[in-house]
Design a protein around this ligand. Sequence first.
Ligand code: ADP
Ligand code: ZN
Length: 749
Amino acid sequence: MGEEIFADIIIDISHEALDKVFQYRVPFSLRGEIVPGTRVCVPFGAGNREREGYVIALTDRTDYNPEKIKTITRVAAESFTVESQLIRVAVFLKKRYGSSMLQALKTVLPVKTRVKHRQETTISLALTGQETEALLDEWEKKHRTARLRLLRALLDGGGRLSKEEAVRQCRLPLKELRKLEEAGVIRMETRVAYRDPFPQFEKKEVTIQLNEEQRAAADVFRRDLAAGTAGTYLLFGVTGSGKTEVYLDMIEAVLARGQQAIVLIPEISLTYQTVRRFYERFGARIAVLHSRMSAGERCDACERAEAGEADVIIGARSALFAPVKNLGLIIIDEEHDGAYKSDSSPKYHARETAIFRAGLAHASVVLGSATPSVESFRRAEKGEYTLLTLKKRAGTAALPTVRTVDLREEFRRGNRSVFSEELKGMIRDRLAKGEQMMLFLNRRGFAGFVSCRSCGTVLKCPHCDVSLTYHRNGRLRCHYCGYETTFTRQCPVCGQPHVAAFGLGTEKVEAALYQEFPGIRVLRMDMDTTRRKNAHQEILSAFARGEADVLLGTQMIVKGHDYANVTLVGILAADLSLFGQDFRSGERTFQLLCQAAGRAGRGDKPGEVVIQTYAPDHYAITAAVHHSYEEFYRQEIAYRKLMVYPPCAHLLVVLVQCGDESSAVLASVRIQKMIEKSQEGEKEPVRLLNPGQAAISKLKDLYRQVLYIKHEDAARLEELKSRLEPVLEKHPLFAGVQIQFDFDPMNVY
Ligand code: ADP
Ligand code: ZN
């Protein structure tokens, strides 16, 4: 008979019940037909009532008495549902990124909160014309004025009225309405009323005609769609080239086939402006999902997607799991954005996961960016993705002129200000002309770190291995855990009164602006000024209304905002992101510079960009000056090949955390030994990179050790991880130690 096969099954897929897994035997006749995600019928509970459930895993061993395990009855009539698809995505997440099945399921399945939906009750007349006349006469004689008001209102309203109107306008209590319903005078019908999420927007007629480049790109997609070919596309278009218009056209083609689309946008650029553009094209057929929505609002959006009431779902990373039944297309705008990588377990990347989900549904994926990730561009180069290119800006606006200012030179000339002479001159010029500027700094707070000038001690957070940041209110803050303390000049180590703040922050630049340009109007946008719920939007709107000359901020100001009056973008210190210590620093710097530069000259007036830097010859900077992605890419990919970094190899991260430092070290050494042992005799073993202390060696009172494991073949890393997982979970040696996995990380640990 061969070995037996058992299935882990979840019966109820509400989040509270996801961890209640039941084991059943897979009957011989159904082997091969049942895979994770299959919906099956099983005998359940003491009475063996038939229930439906989803298979989440198959195993060949069981922890229970095999005698007592019941057998799956059959495959359910509708065996592959949206949930089936999402469960298969969860299996993928667990396998690729490493997490428990429960964490993976919680990530993909929509939260079904038991929110009460707003119900809408409609009242309609249940009588014939004659009967109504008779009743009108009768109630008039009996002076039933409230009832008469209702009857007349119903007749005026074409026989229908909402319950609220009946109660309020006719002053008829609900009790009376029920009586009339029982007497067969009226009918009352209750339906779920989904709120129109954007009553303030209007659907509009399409006025924009795609230009030649846009048309060509959209047509490649349309032809494939018509031919039934699904695939992955990289829409590589310079900033302002009109990528959104191309997306809209592609979505239209998908909707015309009765399919649905998911559009992912980095959370931070998911603004009213963006949503409005989609609403104007697709009206109430869109639904929006983002983290600032309440559970009820999210649930509403998911239900509308599942019911097919919404067929364009727009949202941040997790909208990828919107329960659309008839998926035709997933669009990922600004696909290079770091926000597409989840920072909690499973640490999935939306791009890879989207391609997997789309594959299950035979749907396509479109990745869009002006500065594609090195990963995506390489795949497009190798022909795995179809490359669609937009080289020109749409409309009349030209790309801005970009130049660098060497800060070392400025320093030599005795300029100690944060603004170079050149930038100062340009700011004065814009002030005189009444044009707007954006100044960009990749840091927040008043200063980078605080240290003692006498003994060199850097003031650190007592819970994290991170330096504290000085804020102008005289507080020192840890940006990782929120720890705060008062700033004092006295050094805790040497006792000298020489503690001072170093570096450059948005608050300091703001102060410098006021000092250098009296009367200048500045709006500052950073983590500190955008804590409140709508602060982000308010600042941007104020700037759009011309209430400030300068918008000063961290990277959050560089994303997708269109201001026609901005003619100058200044990047105050381009090197801050180059000094990051991981292999993506160059890529991140190049992307930031291009995105920031893309904000200049979006209107009729030409734009200028000034990049202040200590490293004007770094290829990430020179390529940005030349608006040349290819120039950047050629150098970057050579570096990645040389160092065998993604995309030329894959990286598996094992992060070991423990409140006790020696336990963390011991655990990571053991893992290292296990890995080395597992590779004995392998022809192409995985490579372990200097295991040891993480770059942030302590976070929230946990000591961190990290192992990076490298191999060209992702499957080899998956295999290694799945061999480690059960040991790390169950072995007493690892009790009390937290172990997390990551795959192709975006940041160093
Ligand atoms: P991207 O996302 O590539 O940066 P957008 O889609 O935001 O660019 O388009 C930039 C601007 O150009 C928008 O104001 C948009 O309305 C306009 N635009 C795009 N395509 C066209 C077109 N074919 N004709 C006229 N204007 C266009
Ligand atoms: Zn801290």
